[in-house]
Design a protein. Structure first.
Length: 271
């Protein structure tokens, strides 16, 4: 059982570079980092996750009491993945709170989705007891980076209500040019873009991360589609004054899959 957080005055925010769903079957640097992040955060009252794998037209939020574990990947992946379950409860109250905070943007209370692997594959390592209510917020595919970031700023009050806000995606995510070996070096463009993003975060220059496909070849190769990039903007949009950002599990695997995670926490109370 996780300890109760001592930071309910302002919960941290996490971004998990979730990589392949097979990480849930492994013990590696990334999965150990996710567990350590959870230990540092403590036990939240509830978790709101923005996953790369729930993209919709309009905004939806899960509101069912018992969200299903969705195995949203192809049959070529290892069979044990399909037996994974993360039976965390949902929370209609949190879904309705999110709906209120995001207004006047309309939000649909959804009872058909559940928890996709962008959520359960990291929470399985971070909070393995699956006893904390989890709600997912979808990302509207018709909107741009600035819109997603601004929407995220409206979620900040949840940090003062004991809710852990989680973005789950990847800064660098190009599956078309992966090299399936453990010892390959990252593509130079992947390293450059990952470093560029971290530098903008360090300096608080978040607007430099908008319009990603206008930022040159490194960005276009690292972010061929925005679905895995947008969750980072949701995490950054929840930053408040006095927060500090720590980069963790900061590496690129298979040449073009970034595993960088980050933890946003109040520097006034951080140990």
């Amino acid at each position: 059982m996780q300890q109760t957080s001592k930071r309910t005055e302002r919960m941290p925010v996490a971004f998990f570079g979730h990589g392949s769903p097979t990480n849930v079957l492994e013990d590696n640097e990334a999965t150990r980092t996710w567990a350590l992040m959870a230990k540092r955060i403590g036990r939240p009252k509830a978790i709101l996750c923005i996953s790369a794998h729930w993209c919709t037209r309009g905004v939806h939020v899960t509101a069912m009491p018992s969200p299903q574990t969705i195995h949203d990947f192809g049959p070529s992946l290892p069979a044990p993945l399909f037996s994974q379950q993360y039976p965390a409860p949902g929370s209609r109250a949190l879904a309705e709170r999110v709906q209120t905070l995001i207004a006047p943007t309309p939000v649909t209370l959804d009872e058909s989705w559940g928890l996709d692997h962008g959520t359960w594959s990291v929470l399985q390592k971070a909070y393995p007891d699956a006893d904390i209510p989890v709600v997912q917020l979808s990302m509207d595919v018709t909107k741009d980076e600035a819109w997603h970031y601004e929407l995220a700023t409206r979620l900040r009050p949840l940090r003062h209500e004991g809710v852990l806000i989680v973005g789950s995606g990847n800064i660098v995510h190009n599956l078309r040019v992966l090299k399936w070996a453990d010892d390959v070096q990252p593509y130079p463009w992947a390293t450059r873009f990952n470093d560029y993003v971290k530098q903008q975060i360090r300096t608080g220059n978040h607007t430099a991360l908008f319009n990603v496909h206008e930022q040159g070849e490194d960005a276009r190769l690292s972010v061929p589609s925005e679905d895995h990039y947008w969750p980072l903007l949701y995490a950054l949009g929840c930053i408040e004054p006095e927060d500090r950002v720590t980069f963790l599990s900061d590496y690129i695997t298979f040449a073009s899959l970034g595993m960088t995670s980050l933890l946003i926490e109040n520097s006034a109370v951080a140990e």
